[in-house]
Design a protein around this ligand. Structure first.
Ligand code: NAP
Length: 244
C-alpha cells in the first residue's frame, strides 16, 4: 500500500537535511521526485544520483513566480504533481524585545508565506487530476510555545492551521492536506542545540530518516482517508511531563 507507483512528489528544501531524507524515501518507494531548493549544487547532485525518476528545480519558496515555473517543470517532466511536501524552512531566535522586523519577516516569508504559495500553486493541477496530497511540515513548535522562537513558532502554528483549512476546502476535490510535526532532529538547523537538555522519552534525538515513513504514508494510498490530521514525530517529547 505504501508503493507510490510513479506518483510525482515535489519536495521543497529537498536538497539536504530532512527534505533530502523525504526525497530519498519517496524515490525508494517508487515515486518520481522533484527536488526544489535554493541549494543548486546539492540539489542537482542528488537528482543526478537518483537518476531518471528525479528532477532538480531551482526554487526560492518566497518567490511567487518561481512557484509557477517549478509546477510547470514538474508537469512537463512527469505529467503531474501528485504530492507536495512543503518542507523548506529556516529558524531564527531572539527574545521578543530584540526580535528585529527583518528576522520576523524572513522566517514568516519562508516558513509560512512560502507554504501558502506552494499550496496555491499546486491546487489547480491537483484539482484537474482529481487527487493530490499536500503535506505541510510544521514542528512541535506548531503545537506549543517556545521561548525565543517567536517567528518560527508563529509560522509553524500557521502552516498547521493552513493544512486544516485547506483540508476542509479541498476534500471535495480529492485533495488531502495534513501537517507533520517533527521534534528534535539532527540536521544543520539544530547543531547549536544540545539534545541532552531535552526530555525525549525514546532516549535519543531524531534523525532525518525517522520522518520518512510518515511522509511515504501520507503520499501513498495507505493514507487514503486521512486529511486534516496532525502527525507528531518527536520520540514522545511533547506527550507529557516526565517525573523524576
Ligand atoms: P535544513 O537542514 O536547514 O534544510 C532546510 C532546507 O530548506 C535547506 O536545503 C535550505 O537551503 C532550504 N531552504 C531554505 N530557505 C529556502 C527557500 N527560501 N526556498 C527553498 N528552499 C529553502 O533544515 P531541516 O532541519 O532539514 O528542516 C526541514 C524542515 O523541517 C523545516 O521546515 C524545519 O522547520 C522543519 N523542522 C525541523 C526540525 C529539526 O529538528 N531539524 C524540527 C521540526 C521541524 P539553505 O541551506 O540554502 O538555507
Amino acid at each position: 500500500m505504501n508503493d507510490l507507483g510513479g506518483r510525482v512528489a515535489l519536495v521543497t528544501g529537498g536538497a539536504r537535511g530532512i527534505g533530502e531524507a523525504y526525497v530519498r524515501a519517496l524515490h525508494a518507494a517508487g515515486g518520481r521526485v522533484v527536488i526544489a531548493d535554493i541549494l543548486e549544487d546539492a540539489g542537482r547532485a542528488l537528482a543526478a544520483e537518483l537518476g531518471e525518476r528525479a528532477l532538480f528545480v531551482s526554487l526560492d519558496v518566497t518567490q511567487e513566480t518561481q512557484w509557477d515555473a517549478a509546477v510547470d517543470a514538474s508537469v512537463q517532466a512527469f505529467g503531474a504533481v501528485d504530492v507536495l511536501v512543503n518542507n523548506a524552512g529556516i529558524a531564527n531566535a531572539a527574545p521578543i524585545e530584540h526580535l528585529s522586523t527583518e528576522k520576523w519577516d524572513a522566517v514568516i516569508a519562508v516558513n509560512l508565506t512560502g507554504t501558502f504559495f506552494g499550496c496555491r500553486a499546486v491546487v489547480p493541477v491537483m484539482k484537474q487530476q482529481g487527487k493530490g496530497s499536500i503535506i505541510n511540515i510544521s514542528s512541535v513548535e506548531g503545537m506549543r510555545g517556545s521561548a525565543g522562537l517567536h517567528g518560527y513558532t508563529a509560522a509553524k502554528f500557521g502552516v498547521r492551521g493552513l493544512a486544516a483549512s485547506l483540508a476542509v476546502e479541498l476534500g471535495p476535490f480529492g485533495i488531502r492536506v495534513n501537517s507533520v510535526h517533527p521534534g528534535f532532529i539532527n540536521t544543520s538547523m539544530t547543531t547549536r542545540i544540545d539534545p541532552a537538555h531535552l526530555d525525549i522519552p525514546l532516549g535519543r534525538p531524531g534523525e532525518p530518516e525517522d520522518l520518512a515513513g510518515t511522509i511515504v504514508f501520507l503520499a501513498s494510498d495507505a493514507s487514503s482517508f486521512t486529511s486534516g490530521a496532525e502527525f507528531v514525530v518527536d520520540g514522545g517529547m511533547i506527550a507529557g511531563i516526565p517525573h523524576r
